[in-house]
Design a protein around this ligand. Structure first.
Ligand code: PLP
Length: 437
């Protein structure tokens, strides 16, 4: 095979200098890099390319893993960075906080932001909570979000309803048009609306909501626009400028393929001061001290650092954070546009096949501007739980049951390690099960 070796730095801080050959790719002076062995991409034989991508994962060969929307596996190079950093930092018992700068730069570049606008979190829920809990809101202030929101997106606001009397307003996502979604949000806006939040891609059925257009609407009314991007980062490329949001939270451990318990929060630098940390500590900002004798002062305020790192507060796991950077590098090496097109093509393949199976109702919108790499469907002939049970037992398909909003449906996530072949197998299996039901 005509193989190409990619080497790329992920900002491994002291690790690269100290770890020597244990990194595994120390053959050039780019000793801090990840190594990804892939054939050159050829459109005429893209199956070989995606097969090689699949081999970059520990996924068991007979497991048809199509639940990236729930949890995405990390590739071997990412796991190598994670375990090497973890191991190295234990051998010297250091936290390696100084290495976060490189990871932040890599992450910022990925989203077209400045490093100062990026905060590393533990998951998307934490990012959403920082925004919901940190904004200056008063009793009666309103937040609008869609009724398909995941608990990690809705919970932070329901929590603020209890804590501060914030009023939640819900819209049903429109599956027909961008304008339909705008109209539904528009009619909920009042003088008390302080925040509009959307899931960039909704979790239950994969509706791609029109972020840029909603951003304009929010801006026109002076309303903060927050995106819960748990289902978009790593699914398709975009910049924060294109999304038009004031803040954006995502998981690392889904479409990005970063280690478990990782997340990213973006806050626009000119709005950073509007989000007061909900947890404060060593990295939040200077604690009031008497400068002469270095003792705490009781009657003065702490100040917050000017960038989004103010929300990182205490000790973090460098392995996880460098794992995020490695995951981003891995995506860049495979090709972000290519990953998006592949996931989308597989999803379209599923749609076409599902539409031919009697009784199947496809729930994910068809319009390209409203869908991406998630496909939702159901049938009245068999319960979604039974269908998933048989698919898992027969062919080890790992899909996601969707009980939210009484949808009683199935969600299929198609990502870079999935293939047209396994989509065909899935369709054939569903066809057989449904016809027999
Ligand atoms: C839209 C959305 N928001 C938030 C979450 C929660 O993500 P995390 O577990 O990273 O907090 C999910 C998880 O599926 C999700 O789909």
């Amino acid at each position: 095979m005509n193989r190409k070796t990619f080497l790329r730095g992920v900002g491994l801080g002291t690790l690269g200098a100290l770890a020597g050959p244990s990194i595994g790719c120390a053959t050039t002076d780019n000793a801090h890099g990840i190594k990804v062995d892939l054939p050159d991409y050829s459109a005429s034989d893209d199956a070989s390319f995606w097969k090689a991508v699949r081999q970059q994962y520990l996924l068991e060969p007979d497991l048809h893993y199509m639940n990236t929307g729930g949890l995405g596996p990390a590739s071997r190079p990412v796991l190598k960075v994670f375990t090497d950093v973890m191991h190295h930092n234990q051998t010297i018992s250091e936290h390696d906080h100084q290495s976060f700068g490189g990871a932040r730069e890599t992450t910022a570049k990925f989203f077209g932001t400045e490093a100062s606008e990026i905060c590393f979190t533990r998951n998307a829920t934490e990012g959403n909570s920082i925004i919901a809990g940190g904004m200056k809101l008063e009793e009666g202030d309103e937040v609008i979000f869609e009724n398909h929101a995941h608990p990690g997106g809705s919970g932070p606001w329901y929590n603020q309803a209890i804590r501060r009397g914030v009023v939640v307003k819900l819209f049903e996502p429109d599956t027909e048009s961008v304008e339909g979604n705008l109209a539904r949000i528009r009619e909920l806006i009042t003088s008390r609306t302080k925040v509009i939040q959307i899931s960039h891609v909704t979790a239950p059925t994969g509706i791609l909501l029109p972020a840029a257009e909603i951003a304009k609407l929010a801006q026109k009314h002076g309303i903060w626009f927050h995106i819960d991007g748990a289902q978009s980062a790593g699914m398709f490329p975009f910049t924060m400028e294109e999304a038009g949001c004031d803040s954006y939270a995502t998981s690392g451990h889904k479409w990005l393929g970063a280690p478990h318990e990782t997340g990213i929060l973006f806050i626009r630098k000119d709005r950073n001061d509007e989000v007061i940390p909900i947890a404060a500590g060593s990295y939040t900002g200077p604690i009031p001290m008497d400068q002469e004798n270095n003792r705490l002062i009781a009657d003065a305020n702490m100040t917050y650092v000017k960038n989004a790192t103010r929300h990182e507060y205490g000790t973090r796991n460098a392995a996880s954070i460098l794992g995020v950077a490695a995951a981003i590098d891995f995506q860049n090496e495979v090709g972000r546009e290519r990953i998006a097109a592949h996931g989308r093509a597989l999803s379209a393949q599923l749609r076409q096949g599902l539409q031919k199976i009697p009784s199947i109702e496809v729930l994910t919108p068809e319009r390209p501007e409203l869908c991406a790499s998630i496909m939702g469907f159901r049938t009245p002939r068999i319960s979604y739980n039974d269908l998933l049970r048989v698919l898992a037992a027969q062919h080890r398909f790992r899909l996601r049951p969707v009980s939210e909003q009484g949808l009683n449906s199935v969600r299929v996530s198609t990502h870079l390690f999935n293939s047209a072949q396994e989509c065909e197998l899935l369709l054939a299996s569903i066809n057989e099960i449904v016809r027999k039901a």
